[in-house]
Ligand binder design. Structure first.
Ligand SMILES: Cc1cc2nc3c(=O)[nH]c(=O)nc-3n(C[C@H](O)[C@H](O)[C@H](O)COP(=O)(O)OP(=O)(O)OC[C@H]3O[C@@H](n4cnc5c(N)ncnc54)[C@H](O)[C@@H]3O)c2cc1C
Ligand SMILES: *[C@@H]1O[C@H](CO)[C@@H](O)[C@H](O)[C@H]1NC(C)=O
Ligand SMILES: *[C@@H]1O[C@H](CO)[C@@H](O)[C@H](O)[C@H]1NC(C)=O
Ligand SMILES: *[C@@H]1O[C@H](CO)[C@@H](O)[C@H](O)[C@H]1NC(C)=O
Ligand SMILES: *[C@@H]1O[C@H](CO)[C@@H](O)[C@H](O)[C@H]1NC(C)=O
Ligand SMILES: *[C@@H]1O[C@H](CO)[C@@H](O)[C@H](O)[C@H]1NC(C)=O
Length: 496
């Protein structure tokens, strides 16, 4: 059943009562027996207490307010996915599709005693280099695709972490350094195979089930399980060669650093991504900016474009001129992104908000507050602010009405990551993260809180994730494709 603690923390008490009705009465042993009898050979069904679960199934990135499973199933065929959905619906047992396992919204913690529908058998990648298309299975990860595409002199836009699932990423949009060229990952989707909440196997594209196609590009975890996805890919920019410049700035330069970032607003070169991890540095005895400038072009151009930052005399400077489309994220931020492997679960209080301008004064005062708070509280020191500033150019090539993806004019994707190795610190990191979100929002450029669904904490609500304008249409889609609300665990469009 749903735990009281997670209900209180997320403030979603009425949401729980809706789903309490879902917990079926069938025993765990019976579920195992039924699924083994129902699914085709080559499928795997285990108790999560079975050692085979840790061995064969997809691990979760975040261990905080994570979904809790009692049974895990790895369907072999699309028809097995269909059978599992129909079975779970009939028996009223909740389940969750799992692609890369990197979803971290605390809304997932509402899911208890559930079946993990692991897409681990859907691993194929088929590239049509001449036709510039690529078809991937529902469990393929970013790193799998970038390696394959790089070898063929191709690319398509992905996020920063190689172990994130491509399908999961796409279903919420997908933002990253190549978005300046090609928009969100979801903007590059041509079609997908979807097993809906009604148990139908459908193709969604601009010409087939176009309403569902609209919905799965931005709100995709609300309607069904996506078993394969067909994308447009592109010839590699600069032959796939990427320049990465890492630099560190002490926080006493924060006004100048943010003034520098502000220079790019309104004319951000599409080749450039500006990333900062802003965190406490024990040696410096205060906050610091660890920065990465990722440039899809040669070193000389990169250094020219980021001159406003170089002029600040960073404490450390590292210029990597031999990075590529398939390894830039492993060398960015001094290799910190790569450290987050697919197998370990971490504890983590996430917050986020979209920024539509760089309000230097408000950011400096928020950072001073953070510096003072972390100086006084050792337990909050792992808290990190994450700053991702991409060119909006590619996103704005696609009309807002083209899909459910809600945010195309974002200047900075701002997050607070309250990471810790000690789960007992989560309540403090959580409270502080919420404070920081409130402070930074004053300078966001929008009155209401707007948050990218994939970076969201889970407490913002559907209007923040999908916008008020899109909600009525999405709820109509929900009634068509998932009337029983089987897919309502990941920042859901209804149930609030
Ligand atoms: C370290 C890290 C870095 C990240 N960086 C970025 C980034 O740069 N840009 C960005 O846009 N996002 C980023 N994200 C967010 C990421 O896109 C989301 O966490 C996304 O949900 C991960 O997808 P997944 O398949 O790995 O996760 P999962 O937990 O497997 O899935 C997330 C949700 O989507 C559903 N889902 C997944 N696959 C399917 C499917 N095939 N069919 C139906 N439902 C499915 C799941 O049921 C779940 O509700 C990052 C996340 C982490 C942890
Ligand atoms: C995809 O990446 C995962 C994790 O990095 C790896 O275990 C798996 O073997 C890769 N799959 C393919 C098809 O390359
Ligand atoms: C951070 O706080 C410490 C302790 O109060 C102070 O010495 C330092 O100057 C502060 N740094 C900044 C950038 O505000
Ligand atoms: C800023 O901080 C750095 C690193 O701690 C230090 O070397 C430098 O002198 C400081 N500058 C000013 C103006 O305080
Ligand atoms: C902290 O700053 C020092 C330089 O003063 C640097 O050598 C070190 O790598 C920094 N630590 C982290 C974790 O960034
Ligand atoms: C990245 O990949 C390129 C080309 O595939 C290779 O030459 C380079 O050494 C790699 N760089 C790093 C830092 O791993």
């Amino acid at each position: 059943m749903i735990s009281f603690r997670s209900a209180v923390v997320c403030g979603l008490v009425h949401f729980c009562s809706l789903h309490a009705a879902l917990a079926g009465s069938v025993s765990t042993q019976q579920i195992i027996k039924d699924l083994k009898a129902t699914l085709s050979p080559g499928s795997e069904v285990v108790l999560t207490s079975d050692p085979a679960f840790a061995q064969d199934f997809t691990a979760r990135f975040s261990g905080t307010h994570a979904p809790q499973f009692v049974v895990a199933a790895k369907p072999k065929l699309v028809t097995d996915v269909q059978k599992l959905i129909k079975y779970a619906s009939r028996q009223k047992v909740p389940f969750l599709a799992t692609g890369g396992g990197h979803g971290y919204t605390w809304s997932l913690g509402q899911l208890q005693n559930a079946i993990q529908l692991d897409l681990g058998n859907f691993q194929t990648i088929e590239v049509d280099a001449a036709g510039n298309t690529m078809k991937v299975g529902g469990a393929v990860r970013i790193g799998n695709v970038t390696q394959e595409l790089h070898a063929l002199g191709k690319e398509f836009p992905v996020g920063m972490c190689p172990s994130v699932g491509v399908s999961g990423l796409t279903l919420g949009g997908g933002v990253g350094p190549l978005g300046g060229f090609y928009g969100a990952t979801s903007d590059n989707l041509i079609s997908a195979e979807v097993v809906t909440g009604t148990g139908k196997i459908l193709t969604a594209s601009a010409t087939e089930n176009a309403d569902l196609f609209y919905g799965i590009r931005g709100a995709g975890f609300n309607f069904g399980v996506v078993t394969s996805l067909n994308y447009r890919i592109h010839p590699a920019t600069n032959q796939g060669r990427v320049t990465v410049v890492n630099a560190m700035f002490p926080a006493n330069l924060s006004t100048s650093v943010w003034q520098a970032t502000n220079k790019y607003v309104g004319h951000h070169p599409k080749e450039l991504a500006i990333l900062f991890a802003i965190r406490f540095n024990e040696t410096l005895g205060g906050m610091s900016f660890v920065g990465s400038f990722i440039y899809f072009g040669p070193e000389t151009q990169a250094l020219e474009v980021i001159k406003p930052f170089l002029d600040l005399n960073p404490l450390y400077l590292e210029v990597i001129n031999d990075a590529s489309y398939s390894n830039f994220s492993s060398v960015a931020l001094y290799g910190d992104v790569a450290d987050i492997g697919p197998k370990k679960s971490i504890d983590f209080a996430p917050y986020t908000l979209n920024l539509y301008k760089v309000d230097v004064k408000n950011l400096v005062s928020s950072l001073n507050h953070m510096n003072a708070t972390l100086t006084a509280n050792l337990n909050l020191r792992p808290a990190t602010l994450s700053w991702a500033q991409y060119s909006p150019e590619g996103y704005l090539k696609f009309p807002l009405e083209s899909s459910a993806f809600a945010y195309r004019d974002v200047v900075v994707w701002f997050s607070y990551d309250g990471f810790t190795t000690d789960p007992a610190q989560i309540p403090a990191l959580d409270k502080f993260g919420k404070d920081i979100r409130g402070l930074v929002q004053r300078g966001s450029g929008r009155r209401d809180l707007e948050t990218y669904v994939h970076f969201s904490h889970g407490d913002e609500g559907p209007a923040a994730w999908y916008t008020k304008g899109k909600l009525p249409g999405l709820r109509k889609l929900k009634r068509t494709y998932d009337p029983e609300s089987l897919f309502s665990w990941y920042n859901p469009i209804s149930g609030y």
